[in-house]
Design a protein around this ligand. Structure first.
Ligand code: TXA
Ligand code: MG
Length: 334
């Protein structure tokens, strides 16, 4: 399949000025799968009402069938067609953080969405992205769009259109080419099927952010169950090809040739002459580190001579939970 590329970088504010916009909209209506930018990571989107369309996503990604997808919407009113907002508190959280980088797991209304979207669960994750391009596409199609991250399963999520091309060229109908995403890691996933709510996947919106709106609304109890609440969390994700190790004490690190270091720029001068990647400016710059993490991991995969990757431990910094969740996944088992 020849993947169509639609570069909309000059039309971010108003897609209607983009000559091929109708081709994108029609593609979705005809069960094609199309990668689109969102503020978190690029998504691989399809009409969530169509089993045929959603199956194409699982195929293109090589994604396990038991891992459900997030459904993206333009406005809250669309939710009533396929799910239920349990109470007023969920409404308040949605109003506080949407459009934005958080997905809410809600009770599902049966037999409306394609069954593979929810992997047979009786709940569905819903998100209203803030990215301008994503919002316009969601408005113009007015379809609920199922969209996982647009990477091959097991690879880091794509934060640029080039990452998407690298993984998906020839496998999908098209790629809407925007700029590098703003946030850089996937949305917070909040399970709202019981109270207090549970963070099923940490993201840029934190427990503290949520509790500023509704004090005490997030359970701190460790969620213990056979099955992780976000099924995707059990798979090894975000991992580069080379073995990767976490460095807690920079002073102890002795790099060798063919070893690389991903760390704050402020730590790099003493590793002059070695392969390094500035993940953020300083340790405190968590937003910068989230923004750059997946590009760093993908860049390391391109350097075939690298035999080992070291990455700085940011866990001593407040607000580093989501970042460290992704870093720990990339280093785990290696
Ligand atoms: O930022 C994001 O969320 C991106 C962009 C494209 O929106 N999407 C994304 O989708 O990261 P994906 O499929 O890569 O991750 C979805 C996560 C998985 O861990 C999945 O298991 C979990 O959400 N999930 C989806 N529906 C669920 C449900 N009903 N119950 C529990 N977990 C669910
Ligand atoms: Mg993913």
């Amino acid at each position: 399949m020849q993947t169509k590329i639609w570069n909309v970088r000059n039309n971010v504010d108003d897609l209607s000025g983009y000559p091929q916009v109708q081709e994108i909209i029609t593609g979705f209506k005809q069960d094609e799968i199309i990668a689109i930018p969102t503020e978190t990571v690029y998504g691989l989107a399809a009409n969530a009402l169509s089993e045929i369309a959603v199956d194409k996503i699982f195929k293109a990604k090589g994604r396990p069938q038991d891992n459900p997808l997030i459904v993206h919407i333009y406005e809250k009113a669309q939710i009533n067609n396929f799910a239920r907002i349990p109470d007023g508190k969920v409404h308040r959280l949605m109003d506080a953080f949407w459009p934005g980088p958080i997905s809410f797991i809600l009770p599902l209304q049966k037999d409306i969405l394609a069954s593979s979207v929810t992997a047979g669960l009786d709940s569905v994750a819903v998100r209203m992205p803030s990215d301008k391009i994503a919002r316009q596409i969601l408005k113009l199609t007015y379809l609920p769009l199922a969209a996982p991250s647009a990477n091959t399963s097991g690879k880091p999520s794509p934060t640029t259109a080039d990452h998407v091309k690298f993984d998906m060229d020839g496998k999908i109908y098209g790629i809407v080419e925007g700029f590098q995403v703003e946030v850089g890691i996937e949305s917070t996933v909040l399970d709202c099927t019981s109270y207090p709510y549970k963070i099923a996947r940490p993201g840029a919106i934190t427990k503290e952010d949520l509790e500023r709106v509704i004090p005490g609304c997030i359970t701190t109890a460790h969620y213990q169950t056979e099955q992780p609440i976000a099924p995707g969390m059990k798979y090894r994700h975000y991992a580069p090809d080379s073995p990767m190790a976490l460095v807690s004490d920079m002073d102890q690190l002795r790099l060798e040739t063919h070893e690389a270091l991903i760390a704050p720029r402020s730590e790099l001068p003493r590793f002059d002459g070695f392969m390094t990647y500035a993940l953020s400016e300083t340790f405190e710059d968590i937003e910068g580190a989230m923004h750059n993490l997946y590009s760093a991991l993908r860049e390391m995969d391109q350097q075939k001579e690298i035999t080992k990757i070291y990455i700085a431990d940011y866990s001593h910094i407040t607000g580093s939970d989501a970042l460290m969740n992704r870093i720990n996944k990339a280093t785990s088992g290696k």
